[in-house]
Design a protein around this ligand. Structure first.
Ligand SMILES: [Zn+2]
Ligand SMILES: [Zn+2]
Length: 189
């Protein structure tokens, strides 16, 4: 079905053709018709609406189950029941553990700009960020997390910057910013 779409790629393997930000291409009306026909009869996606990722992520990292559940309920995020339970029962403890591991591993540096608050102020001021947003189904494993200084963290969320695992970089509207620290991340082929 994907091969029948008009968007073309130089990639030899189909699996490589649709990875990463660089692979994003516009769809034609014909493509739209092909995809619409293929979607008939598929079950409805339970995560169609999105919770506010910055708020949800902060609550998960602070580890307060009641506030996570309240936020999801208030935002009417349209998530499946199992996902909601996972987010407030399992994700907080795992995310916090991973955040501590990252702070230790990188001595608290911002993975983008290298700011080092632990050395400068003896304070772990960088924050955990989920590369694949948890409100969009992202996992809470360490390979989905980076440390960002507060400024970079806000910039990534405000700009809705996608992350490319091939280049290990965030893509903003007019430039890309590669991670300076990335040893814990897998590289896509
Ligand atoms: Zn930074
Ligand atoms: Zn974040």
């Amino acid at each position: 079905m994907i091969r029948s779409l008009s968007c073309r790629t130089e990639a030899k393997l189909l699996a490589h053709a649709f990875q990463g930000y660089a692979a994003v291409r516009p769809l034609t009306l014909e493509d739209h018709a092909i995809l619409s026909a293929a979607a008939v009869g598929l079950p409805l996606e339970a995560r169609a609406r999105l919770a506010a990722e910055d708020k949800l992520e902060a609550e998960i990292l602070l580890g307060n189950p009641e506030r996570i559940e309240k936020l999801i309920r208030e935002e009417d995020a349209g998530m499946a029941r199992e996902r909601i339970e996972y987010l407030y029962r399992t994700a907080p403890a795992r995310s916090r553990k991973n955040l501590e591991a990252l702070q230790e591993m990188y001595e608290g540096h911002c993975h983008l700009c290298g700011w080092e608050p632990v050395r400068l102020y003896e304070q772990a001021l960088c924050q955990g960020h989920h590369l694949h947003w948890v409100s969009r189904g992202g996992e809470d494993g360490i390979e989905n997390m980076v440390l960002l200084c507060p400024s970079h963290h806000v910039a990534v969320h405000r700009c809705n910057a996608p992350f490319d695992y091939g280049e290990l970089a965030f893509f903003f509207a007019n430039h890309r910013e590669p991670l300076q620290y990335n040893a814990h991340l897998p590289r896509s082929a």
